[in-house]
Design a protein around this ligand. Structure first.
Ligand SMILES: O=P(O)(O)OC[C@H]1O[C@@H](O)[C@H](O)[C@@H](O)[C@@H]1O
Length: 225
């Protein structure tokens, strides 16, 4: 995908995928629990979500199993974890309420749509192609497109660049604190979806403009006002 020059008035919505487009983080957490249990290790589910959601699988594996691990080994371990996740979540695959209406509305207004996710290509395919959503997006930025996961801003800055929109004209949709922090570092406002954590978990962020249970109550006019 070639980068575009930004247009001063171009607006974009950038969606996190896991936990935002789909309500699947409990299945990610369960797959990590299974993955670590196989290695005789117990993890605390809440703490694990808070400190890892939005980071790339390879970063999570290195920080829990050793920074010294070779790339091939990390890739194999991550493949194992993501295969467990997809098997667990497949019967439940579904977009969060109101998502398809919101993006249809945005498209009709010429607002660019992007995905900014820590997920690897196999999970992007599983979710976006599984729900036939990819065609709606101008671009999808995933784990293999940027060096660092959230809370680094890379994924959102790359998505904005590909959409040709300035960060100040982008609105990010997120469910995880590390994702909200990534958007803050990118200079972007955020709508939080409370699929996984309650609204109180986001109290410290000054870039959050709305906190909602799903997309059905959102209006683009209000968000960009
Ligand atoms: O950036 P997103 O779409 O929320 O993706 C986050 C998730 O990406 C997955 O690939 C990881 O295995 C998860 O543990 C992680 O939390």
């Amino acid at each position: 995908m070639t980068a575009r020059t930004t247009a001063p008035d171009k607006r974009a919505l950038i969606f996190d995928m896991d936990g935002t487009i789909v309500d699947n983080m409990a299945f990610h957490t369960q797959s990590w629990i299974t993955f670590f249990e196989r290695r005789g290790r117990a993890i605390d589910a809440d703490e694990f979500f808070r400190t890892t959601a939005g980071r790339q699988g390879k970063e999570i594996i290195r920080s829990h199993m050793g920074e010294h691990l070779e790339d091939d080994e990390v890739a194999l371990l991550n493949h194992e974890k993501e295969a467990v996740y997809r098997e667990l979540y497949a019967p439940h695959l579904k977009a969060v309420d109101g998502f398809e209406d919101l993006i249809a509305d945005a498209r009709s207004q010429g607002i660019a749509l992007a995905v900014g996710t820590a997920a690897p290509p196999a999970n992007v395919e599983f979710t976006l192609d599984g729900l036939d959503l990819r065609r709606h997006f101008e671009t999808v930025v995933g784990a293999t497109d940027v060096p660092r996961g959230k809370p680094h801003p890379d994924v959102f800055l790359e998505a904005a660049k590909r959409c040709g929109a300035e960060p100040a004209h982008c609105i990010v949709f997120e469910d995880a604190p590390l994702g909200v922090e990534a958007a803050r570092r990118a200079g972007m406002r955020v709508v939080v979806i409370t699929t996984t954590l309650p609204r109180e978990a986001f109290a410290e962020f000054d870039n959050v403009i709305a906190i909602v249970d799903d997309f059905s109550s959102l209006s683009l006019e209000t968000l960009f006002a």
